[in-house]
Design a protein around this ligand. Structure first.
Ligand code: GPP
Length: 149
């Protein structure tokens, strides 16, 4: 993925707003980018995957949850110029709900996340990972949540 000038090509991540009533699943990141910030589950799109397949796979890998009704919300673009290795992510933001309402998230990758929990829509934890704050994903999810009420 290295381009001639040594800058990595933009990468595609699929982000999942997993909704449970008026709550959304967030975890505190353990990563060089956005360390200790709260964010939605996300992961890199693998070769041959649909966005929905990627969303379901990432949720399973990171939380052991099974999801359904996966729908595209929006697409956002994030350029990280201040990082040691400048990078760019195109985020495919999806929404989904639990396949089984009684399932609780497990922290399957504790080196990448401090743990997953449900947060009330109007009382989100701080600090949020800035792409989530900035990208407009939050207001869009709010709209979707209100539509589901
Ligand atoms: C990093 O994904 C995700 C982003 C930079 C964009 C997130 C966008 C939102 C609207 C929340 P990652 O943590 O899955 O990838 P990496 O392992 O490369 O940090």
């Amino acid at each position: 993925l290295n381009m001639p000038n040594g800058i990595a090509a933009p990468r595609v991540v699929v982000v999942v707003c997993l909704l449970k009533g008026k709550k959304v699943l967030l975890g505190r990141r353990r990563s060089s980018i956005g360390d200790s910030k709260f964010s939605l589950p996300s992961g890199h799109l693998e070769f041959g995957e649909s966005f929905e397949e990627c969303a379901a796979r990432e949720l399973k890998e990171e939380t052991d949850l099974d999801i359904k009704n996966i729908e595209l919300l929006t697409v956002t673009n994030h350029v990280f110029l201040e990082e040691a290795k400048p990078c760019q992510y195109v985020a495919i933001v999806t929404r989904a709900v639990l396949a089984d309402e009684d399932q609780e998230p497990q922290n399957m990758e504790p080196n990448m996340c401090d743990g997953w929990d449900w947060y009330e829509w109007d009382n989100l934890p701080k600090p949020l990972f800035w792409p989530l704050e900035k990208a407009g994903a939050v207001p869009k999810v709010a709209v979707v949540v209100s539509l589901l009420k």
